[in-house]
Design a protein around this ligand. Structure first.
Ligand code: DC
Length: 235
């Protein structure tokens, strides 16, 4: 087996831009590991809530980071997130927890503490890593950077449809308000605010359906990176 250098594809963008779906579908096509860094902030928040830790207490939150043992498995239609042996995929995405993740995300101490963990995924694998600051902070030297964006309206609609499908009772207006608040949290924070890296390829996901978007991303990846033979036949 020929060894090759691990490669890193960074995908950043706001909530609801479709980056999770894009990353999940792109990764197996090029035989890379999909790493959802939002899930790391979410799992940390879950452990803090369960441990009765004050989410305002940055030191206490950061002190939980060494206990994180997160892994990912790709299921047919979504990514499964594990904290140790325990599957936490659903718990970390419920609306109550989602409304609390900003404490961890806004904390410089927590962000700092999470850097080595995020980087460690690329030690043993080529990765498609998605988040807010992957191309700017975590892997400024990523082999390829995408910034996925779409107008607020279409992002809110996308999220709303996802939540409907899961049986969540929430109005489109609520989702839009929630999205606006999360955008503001992500964009205005002092540490690692959401922005496109200078060398990121910006893609407006509102212009594509899911299949079209993934094909476009894969086309760009194959034109820019040497993808090892054997990864072509996957879909
Ligand atoms: O992508 P998501 O909705 O699962 O992200 C959850 C939260 O974590 C969201 O508030 C943004 C934040 N986040 C971040 O600040 N940096 C990342 N690299 C990933 C997520």
């Amino acid at each position: 087996v020929q060894k090759h250098q691990n490669q890193i594809i960074a995908i950043d963008g706001p909530a609801g831009s479709g980056k999770s779906t894009a990353a999940r579908l792109l990764a197996p096509r090029v035989d890379f590991l999909h790493v959802d860094t939002g899930a790391i902030y979410r799992t940390l928040t879950l452990l803090a809530i369960e441990g009765n830790i004050d989410l305002d207490n940055q030191q206490a939150l950061a002190a939980l980071v060494p206990q994180l043992n997160i892994s990912f498995k790709t299921a047919s239609d979504r990514i499964l997130v594990f904290s140790g042996d325990r599957e936490v995929s659903n718990e970390i995405r419920n609306p109550e927890l989602t409304a609390q993740v900003h404490f961890a995300a806004a904390s410089p101490l927590v962000r700092q503490a999470l850097q080595p963990l995020q980087r460690s995924f690329a030690v043993s694998h080529s990765v498609v890593m998605e988040g807010r600051d992957i191309g700017t902070v975590i892997f400024p030297d990523a082999d390829l950077k995408f910034f996925l964006d779409a107008p607020l309206k279409s992002r809110a609609e996308r999220r709303w449809r996802e939540l409907q499908a899961k049986g969540e009772k929430i109005s489109l207006q609520e989702v839009e308000a929630d999205q606006t608040a999360r955008d503001k949290n992500d964009t205005d924070r002092q540490t690692a605010p959401l922005r496109a890296a200078e060398d990121a390829i910006v893609v407006d996901t509102g212009l594509y359906d899911i299949d079209g978007m993934v094909e476009e991303l894969e086309r760009i990846v194959r034109s820019k990176l040497a993808i090892p033979a054997g990864a072509e036949e996957q879909s």
